[in-house]
Design a protein around this ligand. Structure first.
Ligand code: HAM
Length: 465
C-alpha cells in the first residue's frame, strides 16, 4: 500500500550499530569500572586518541593486504582534501601518538589503556558490529616476555572478576622477520600446487601475504591448512626463548592456554607473540596432536599445580559461533613502520559487546540501581519546593527519582513503585505551607509526617538500617 505523501519516513540506526539504552547502562558502567580499576592497578594510564586518523596510518600500520584495510575501513576525503579513516583499531593510533608526543623520551615502558568506539565495515552478525567498543592495553618500550604475559594476565583477571572460568587463551609465535622469511618461502612452496582449490581471498593472500593463508576459516582452505608447515617449529633462537618464557609465565599465572600453531591474526604488525581468547566450554583435547614440544618448558612435570597446556581444538571444531573475546600480540616493528624509532611493544584488546553478551547469557548483569526515595508532589507550591528538596537529598548522597510532570498522587506512586524506591516523600499544598513532609515506606504503606528540617537526618537513619 502506498504511503501517504506527507508521512515522514522512519529513519533507523545504520546497520551493524546499536543503541545502549538506559536499562543497559548499569552493565556498561559496571564493566567500565572494572576496566578502570584493573588497568590502573596494573599501571596502565588512560589514553584517548581521535575517532579518525589519516588513512595512511592504517594502510601502513595494519597492512595494505589485510581484510581491515582492503574491505573494512570507513574512509572519506574532507573538504580540505585530507584522506581520513574512522579508526578500525587502536594500536596504530597509540603508536602514532607515542611518536608524535615524544613518549620514547618518557620513562619506559609506556603503559596505556583505552576504551572506546571502533569502526569496521563487516557483515553484521551476532557479536560482529560495524561500530563496536574495545578495551585496549598497550605496552611500548619493553621487549620482555613478561610484558606479553602481563597483558594476557590482566585480560584474564578481568574475565575471572566477572565469574568466567571456562576460557582458553590460544597462543602462538609468528617469529620475527628473520625467521619468517624462510618460513614464508616454505609455505609458498606448500601452497603452490594447492592454490586453485582455495577460496577467492586465499588466492589473493597467496600472492600478497602467504602467512594469512593460515588464518582462513573457509572449510576447503581449512582442509589444506591441516598439512601446512608450522612456523612454531622453525623459530630462530631468540624468538623461541621469548616464546618459551611467555609460556612459563602463563603456567606460573595459571592461565589456561592452548598452543595454536595456525594462529596468525588478521593484522600485519604482529611479531613473535599472538594470542586470542575464547570463553567457552573447556576445549576437549584434539585427537590429532600438534607439536608444541619445541617450545613447551620441559622442566615442568605433569603433576605440578599449573594447568597443562591444552592442545588447540581440532580445526573442524572452529565453528563460526566461536568468537574471540580478546586478542592481541607483540608488534616490535610497528612504531618504526609508522615513522618512529624502533620500539618493542605489545598489547591486546577486548571486545565489549561480545563480553557484555557473555555476561548477560551467564545471568550476571547487575540489576538497575533503585532510588532510595521517590518524590511525590501535589499542587503548584509543592512542585516549586521540590527542586530545593531534591538538592538537599543530593547533597546528603540520598538517591531519588521523581515525576514532576504528573499531577495525580496515584500515578506518581505507581511510578515510585515501578522504579523500586524504598520511600515515597509526599508534599501536598498543606505540607508545603507548614514546612512538613510525609514519609511513606513503600513496602508497608506506613507513613509519618515530619518537619522538613528533619527530613535528611530521618532518611539517613532509616536507610542505614
Ligand atoms: P582484533 O582482534 O581485531 O585486534 O580486535 C580485538 C577484539 O575486538 C576482538 O577479539 C573482538 O572481541 C573485538 N572485535 C573486533 N572486531 C569486532 C566487531 N566487528 N564487532 C564486535 N567486536 C569486535 C585489534 O583490534 C588489535 N588492535 C588488538 C591489539 C592491541 N593488538 C595489540 N594491541
Amino acid at each position: 500500500m502506498a504511503r501517504p505523501k506527507d508521512k515522514p519516513k522512519m529513519i533507523q540506526r545504520p546497520r551493524g550499530t546499536h543503541d545502549v539504552l538506559p536499562p543497559e547502562q548499569p552493565i556498561w558502567e559496571a564493566v567500565r569500572k572494572t576496566i578502570r580499576e584493573l588497568s590502573r592497578f596494573y599501571g596502565f594510564e588512560r589514553i584517548e586518541t581521535p575517532h579518525f586518523e589519516m588513512t595512511d596510518l592504517f594502510t601502513t600500520g595494519v597492512g595494505e593486504a589485510t581484510d581491515i584495510v582492503t574491505k573494512q575501513m570507513y574512509s572519506f576525503k574532507t573538504r580540505g582534501g585530507d584522506q581520513l579513516t574512522l579508526r578500525p583499531e587502536g594500536t596504530a593510533p597509540v603508536a602514532r601518538a607515542f611518536i608524535e608526543h615524544g613518549m620514547m623520551n618518557w620513562p619506559q615502558p609506556i603503559k596505556v589503556f583505552y576504551d572506546g568506539s571502533f569502526f569496521r565495515h563487516e557483515n553484521p552478525q551476532r557479536g560482529r558490529y560495524r561500530e563496536f567498543h574495545q578495551w585496549g592495553l598497550e605496552v611500548l618500550g619493553d621487549d620482555g616476555a613478561v610484558a606479553d604475559a602481563e597483558v594476557i594476565h590482566v585480560f584474564t583477571l578481568f574475565l575471572r572478576e566477572w565469574g568466567f572460568k571456562d576460557f582458553i587463551v590460544e597462543v602462538n609465535s609468528i617469529g620475527c622477520p628473520a625467521c619468517r622469511a624462510p618460513f614464508r618461502a616454505q609455505l609458498t612452496q606448500y601452497y603452490r600446487s594447492k592454490v586453485r582449490g582455495l577460496c577467492k581471498d586465499c588466492k589473493e593472500r597467496f600472492k600478497e601475504n602467504p602467512l594469512r593463508l593460515l588464518d582462513c576459516t573457509e572449510e576447503k582452505c581449512m582442509q589444506v591448512k591441516k598439512g601446512a608447515p608450522q612456523l612454531l617449529d622453525k623459530l630462530c633462537e631468540a624468538c623461541r626463548s621469548h616464546f618459551k618464557l611467555l609460556l612459563e609465565f602463563l603456567e606460573e599465572l595459571q592461565i589456561p592456554y592452548a598452543l595454536n600453531p595456525h594462529l596468525v591474526r588478521g593484522l600485519d604488525y604482529y611479531t613473535r607473540t599472538v594470542f586470542e581468547a575464547y570463553v567457552d566450554e573447556p576445549i576437549k583435547p584434539s585427537a590429532e596432536p600438534i607439536s608444541p614440544e619445541a617450545v613447551v618448558p620441559e622442566e615442568k612435570s605433569a603433576d605440578e599445580e599449573a594447568p597443562a597446556p591444552v592442545e588447540a581444538p581440532k580445526l573442524e571444531d572452529k565453528s563460526p559461533r566461536r568468537l574471540a573475546v580478546f586478542g592481541g600480540g607483540r608488534y616490535d616493528n610497528l612504531v618504526e613502520l609508522v615513522g618512529g624509532k624502533s620500539t618493542p611493544a605489545c598489547g591486546g584488546a577486548l571486545g565489549l559487546e561480545r563480553f557484555i553478551a557473555l555476561v548477560r547469557e551467564a545471568g550476571r548483569a547487575p540489576a538497575e540501581e533503585k532510588p532510595n526515595v521517590f518524590l511525590v508532589q501535589l499542587g503548584e507550591l509543592a512542585r516549586k519546593k521540590s527542586f530545593r528538596i531534591m538538592e538537599e537529598l543530593r547533597a546528603a548522597g540520598i538517591t531519588m527519582a521523581e515525576s514532576l510532570g504528573r499531577d495525580s498522587i496515584r500515578s506518581q506512586l505507581k511510578v515510585g513503585d515501578r522504579v523500586g524506591a524504598l520511600y515515597a516523600l509526599i508534599i501536598g499544598q498543606k505540607e508545603a505551607l507548614d514546612e512538613m513532609v510525609i514519609l511513606r515506606e513503600m513496602s508497608s504503606g506506613i507513613q509519618e509526617t515530619i518537619p522538613r528540617s528533619r527530613l535528611v537526618d530521618t532518611l539517613k537513619r532509616k536507610l542505614k538500617t
